[in-house]
Design a protein around this ligand. Sequence first.
Ligand SMILES: [Zn+2]
Length: 302
Amino acid sequence: MPRLTRRGISRRIRRVSQGAGLWLRDNTGPKGAFTLVITNDPDHGTTEDYARVFGELTRLGLKVTTSVFCTLEDDSSDLARHCHAGETESLADPAFRDLMLELHDQGHEIAFHGYSQVSNTRERFVEGLEIFREALGHYPFTYVEHGGNPRKHPSDGCKRETLAMEGLNPESSYYVWDIIKDKVGCVWAWHDLLDDDYGVKQVEDLFYQCDGVLLFRRARMHYLDRVIRDVAREGGVFSGYTHFGYEGYRKAPEYRFENWTGRHLKPAVEGLERILRRHDVTSLTVQELVRTAVASQEGEGR
Ligand SMILES: [Zn+2]
């Protein structure tokens, strides 16, 4: 057996650590404080998977802004094929609706993801908001658009009422901008992802106004591992986006925060536990982040 030198041992530890899932990234450097916002889109989400994921996140004291469809439709489009009844659940499923109500009571934010997963006319969009209000007791504060990006995907896979398609066009039957202005507090639109952007963000970098409507930006959840040291050091805000039900990400340590189903939940939860042990994390929903920012702005103005 070779003699283990101190350097040999630390090399070995480093190797094990990297393999075990980026342990070094969040466990070296000074302890920091940062704000963590986790948003989850409902594509491929089921009650069974969500009950496990939210059970763990609630245990850790982490809050999530999780969006919902009111129902699922089949119009034979790419959108209907992308996620559909049987593998995605909506407010039309009593068990899923009850889970959303439970999460809402626990302090998670339930956001609107549209009437259904396919293109919805403005009448359907309004109907969706009313179904949401009936189920949750209020209109959604946050609306997260669903559907493909017209710059990258065929139009059959893009929701026509999104702002990048026809949502801003008053001539279209998919015009919804006036409804958004009237009923919703904050929107994620235009596929506004912080792709290839590993800079530390503060609240003012994540929100912007458009015609009186507040919009926000988010980064893919696995970016958390890449940026955590800088975000924690600078006291930034990480606005993450994932799908608790999606299984398409490679099952590798660097994607631990994109894989939440089955046995992949454990490494994701362990990763979050390590971060929570290491740093002073303030977990907020989108709505709470906006309220906190507004309150501190008003405080400064006084
Ligand atoms: Zn979606």
